[in-house]
Design a protein around this ligand. Structure first.
Ligand SMILES: NC(=O)c1ccc[n+]([C@@H]2O[C@H](COP(=O)([O-])OP(=O)(O)OC[C@H]3O[C@@H](n4cnc5c(N)ncnc54)[C@H](O)[C@@H]3O)[C@@H](O)[C@H]2O)c1
Length: 418
């Protein structure tokens, strides 16, 4: 079996961690059991470009249980867990192409290795498979039934492709499922981003001025968790509605040009470009810590920071010091890449359970629909979203109420109640 991972002898450790994650992924477990008996993905080739983590390990097992031939490559050069990559090859027979810290050329070579498996379904986290197929392998699109997309940034790109009529096969926007972004982006990114920053720096959060750039689903979660640890949280935004929400949630809101002067820690989660630029680095305090948890590191103007620095050195794992001409130091974490995956373990498995249940059921949906879908970005069908919420609640031992007939009628009527 073709593969490229750091060290196959890490497989045992990877298996233990995949198993540990599985304990808190009951929804995906239930799907895996059903897949194993029904084999809805029999003969389907799936290429996945995802963060190669323990949770992804369990998703791959689920696809294989459903009868798929699955291959996986990394969706970020720094997010691979090498023991998981080894376990996927050695224990689960999944062709895996991912090495933590791989350079750009290796990253794209790995994407191409996954595509060499001639997938019928692509599974993306940031649209790299789709982009590579459209730009370098357009002749292969005929064999592809459709794809799924895991993250906000990827969905934005794919919708823009659809609007420009260049999308060549249907995509299910897994990110947009309620049981994905309301939980994964908020609680998953929230907790794991703070975890990554603390692991990289051992910073005391209490009392720190913690600037969150972007108050979307991820930003809300990070702000909430940073506040929980006692940080004084500042929000910057470009959207007036999100900004007023942040104000009413009790945060200070100001432009980045002001926040740059006072922040001890900065985290970007906008999905946008150059939101912290050279002019902002120029006015930061000595010792300011800067991280990104958005999909791409272009959120930070790293070339701008490099051009300001008179010297650079690594001072701890994932911490690079940039010394400015006047002696101030600015610390960039994890090369500006998703800090929750670079310096911590990414989202806890319990939240990826819902995201990857959406992935598995969306692949099944694409296969069931065959070639009948248009070249559009589709939402996850509502029944899948609701089923995942129901299964998750049940796994937590919780029940909810059901509408009475009278209530159902009342909610449908317009004559009653005035
Ligand atoms: N680290 C992770 O594990 C992880 C998980 C999920 C999503 N993501 C990524 O995080 C990013 C944000 O995702 P989201 O779901 O929160 O998106 P979102 O659309 O809900 O929020 C983004 C917010 O950033 C704001 N914004 C845009 N430009 C800005 C600027 N210049 N200054 C300040 N605010 C600005 C927008 O108004 C919006 O409120 C995306 O790139 C997404 O792919 C990362």
């Amino acid at each position: 079996m073709n593969h490229d991972v750091r060290d196959l002898s890490l497989a045992g450790a990877g298996c233990l961690r995949i198993e540990w994650a599985d304990r808190t992924m009951p929804v995906l477990q239930r799907i895996r059991e059903r897949f194993a008996s029904e084999k809805p993905l029999r003969g389907v080739r799936v290429a996945a470009c995802l963060h190669v983590t323990t949770e992804t390990g369990n998703l791959m097992r689920t696809l294989v249980a459903g009868g798929a031939e699955a291959a996986v490559c990394a969706s970020n050069p720094l997010s691979t867990q090498d023991d998981v990559a080894a376990a996927l090859v050695q224990e689960f027979g999944v062709p895996t192409f991912a090495i933590k810290g791989e350079d750009n050329d290796t990253y794209y070579r790995h994407i191409n290795s996954a595509l060499d498996t001639r997938p019928n379904v692509t599974m993306d986290d940031g649209a790299d498979l789709v982009t590579t197929i459209f730009s370098t392998r357009p002749e292969t699109v005929d064999q592809i039934l459709g794809g799924t997309e895991e993250t906000t940034t990827g969905v934005i790109r794919l919708k823009s492709m659809a609007a420009n009529n260049v999308l060549k096969y249907p995509i299910i926007a897994v990110n947009d499922a309620q049981t994905k972004h309301m939980f994964d982006n908020r609680y998953g990114t929230g907790q794991s981003t703070v975890d990554g920053i603390v692991r990289a720096t051992n910073l005391l959060m209490a009392g720190a001025r913690f600037v969150v750039v972007g108050y979307g689903w991820c930003g809300r979660g990070i702000a909430m968790r940073a506040r929980g640890l006692g940080a004084r949280v500042v929000i910057t935004e470009i959207d007036a509605v999100k900004a007023i929400e942040a104000v009413m949630d009790g945060y200070e809101v100001m432009p980045i040009a002001e926040a740059a002067r006072i922040g001890d820690v900065f985290v970007t989660v906008t999905g946008n470009k150059n939101v912290i630029r050279r002019e902002h680095f120029e006015i930061m305090k000595d010792g300011a810590i800067v991280a990104n948890s958005g999909h791409f590191n272009v959120e930070l103007d790293i070339p701008g920071l490099e051009s300001l620095a008179v010297s650079q050195r690594d001072v701890r794992p994932f911490v690079r010091e940039y010394r400015l001409a006047d002696g101030r130091a600015i610390f960039l974490l994890g090369e500006g890449r998703l800090i929750n995956l670079a310096a911590a373990e990414g989202h806890p498995a319990a939240v990826m359970d819902m995201s990857f249940a959406n992935q598995a059921l969306s692949v099944e949906y694409l296969v069931r629909k065959g070639k009948s879908l248009a070249r559009k970005v589709y939402p996850v069908p509502q029944e899948i979203d609701e089923e995942i919420a129901r299964l998750k609640l049940a796994s937590m031992g919780m029940a909810i109420d059901v509408l009475t007939d009278e209530q159902r009628e009342y909610l449908k009527s317009w004559q009653e109640g005035t």
